[in-house]
Design a protein around this ligand. Structure first.
Ligand code: FAD
Length: 371
């Protein structure tokens, strides 16, 4: 019998697949990457319009406190010093965000942490044991902040009233009594200069890559090419959705190239008014173009509309409710019967992963295999 052509076939060229590929290549292993889409990078893919890297699948801001991950990813890109400071537009008003002392000044005129704390305490609607998102946030910030910053945005994002959503979704959102408006609290933050695609290109240098290839359409053939498979696609699709599909929330992106140098003066503006059908507008050049350099004459913006998921649209956010988690456990149990295959990444593990988490998880798996 002839020996397999590759040591590992990787299905999916997102960050999970690229990180594993890089580790294997570094150890002189032969890697084949199969990617269904016409490009590498998965959801972090960026493409250039007029020299501006466009985040095709939504804004991607790299942030981490994991020093190993930060050092690792800096081998493949030079990061700029972008810090995410989104703004909120509600009706005709504009606010600093996430909620901080400047927001409370804009809303109530309070200027010191002490005054802000007293004002917040006076508007909180206490709840003995808040279980859902609405009760939890009302107990933290009261009704006015809830209406302006949370209710409309959350309803649009999830297409469910906040009363029917678990509180954990919102608990990550900081409410600060300082003027710190950095959205993230991690030690390291930035965006690769020139976008994510050149970074992924560097990571997978040395692998054989086939684009526009759906592994599941010719599985026996691809399985014969290597003793091991890494599958980073949807776990339910791998098993032919035999127990039914796992549910997601999806997004629709509308991108416009405008003949003006600057549309909104900031990378991200959230639209929290429930009567506006989209949740945010991102202006790509502000992720990349920092400092006093003159702005290029045109700009590209993307408007983000949340939408229901169907098997025909991209799965973005897993709906990790009791029902879907139970369904995932059934697929996960089936995966045990596939010893040749490892299931990794956001779609195969049916969980929301930030980029640094997906890299950490892929590094850990690859290092174990290569010991
Ligand atoms: P993916 O990038 O989805 O890669 C999987 C790949 O597998 C895809 O390219 C897919 O086409 C391919 N594939 C699937 N099935 C097959 C098949 N049968 N055959 C061949 N190929 C297949 N993280 C942050 O840290 N910061 C952010 O600001 C941030 N913003 C985000 C914004 C949005 C809107 C979303 C949805 C996510 C965001 N993330 C962010 C998370 C980030 O996108 C993920 O952590 C990362 O993309 C996950 O990488 P992955 O390799 O697991 O999955």
């Amino acid at each position: 019998m002839s020996s397999p052509q590759f040591d590992l076939v990787i299905v999916g060229c997102g960050l999970y697949g690229a990180t594993v590929a890089q580790h294997y290549i570094e150890k002189n292993r032969r890697v084949l990457i199969l990617e269904k889409r016409p490009h590498i990078g998965g959801n972090v893919y960026t493409e250039s319009i007029d020299g501006i890297p466009i985040h095709r699948y939504g804004a991607h801001i790299f942030h981490t406190s994991n020093e190993k991950v930060w050092q690792y990813i800096n081998r493949f890109a030079t990061f700029n010093h972008f810090v995410n400071r989104p703004k909120v537009r509600y009706q005709d008003r504009l606010f600093s965000f996430p909620i901080n002392l400047m927001t409370l000044y804009q809303l109530w005129g309070v200027q010191t942490p002490e005054d802000a704390k007293a004002k917040l305490e006076s508007v909180q609607i206490p709840h003995p044991a808040p279980q859902n998102l609405e009760d939890w946030i009302l107990a933290q910030v009261g009704d006015e902040l809830y209406q302006i910053f949370i209710r409309g945005y959350t309803q649009k994002q999830w297409n469910r009233p906040p009363k029917n959503l678990p509180a954990f979704i919102i608990k990550r959102l900081p409410i600060r009594l300082t003027y710190d408006d950095n959205y993230f609290t991690d030690r390291f933050q930035g965006i690769p200069i020139g976008g994510y695609t050149p970074m992924i290109e560097k990571m997978i240098q040395g692998a054989q890559v086939q684009l526009n290839v759906d592994y599941l359409k010719d599985k026996p053939h691809y399985d014969s090419l290597a003793p091991h498979i890494l599958f980073t696609g949807p776990i339910d699709a791998y098993f032919n959705t035999q127990f039914g599909p796992l549910a997601y929330r999806s997004l629709r992106f509308e991108t416009q190239h405008l003949p003006i140098p600057d549309f909104q003066g900031n990378a991200v503006i959230n639209y929290t008014d429930p009567t506006v059908p989209f949740t945010r507008i991102i202006e790509h050049k502000h992720f990349d173009q920092l400092g006093p350099e003159p702005l290029s004459p045109t700009t590209v913006i993307t408007t983000e509309y949340p939408q229901d998921w169907t098997p025909k649209v991209e799965p973005y956010y897993p709906i990790n409710d009791t029902e879907n988690n139970a369904l995932y456990q059934k697929y996960k149990a089936l995966a045990q019967s596939e010893p040749k295959v490892h299931f990794g990444g956001r779609l195969a593990e049916y969980r929301y992963y930030d980029m640094h988490q997906v890299i950490a998880s892929a590094m850990s798996w690859a290092q174990k295999q290569l010991q």
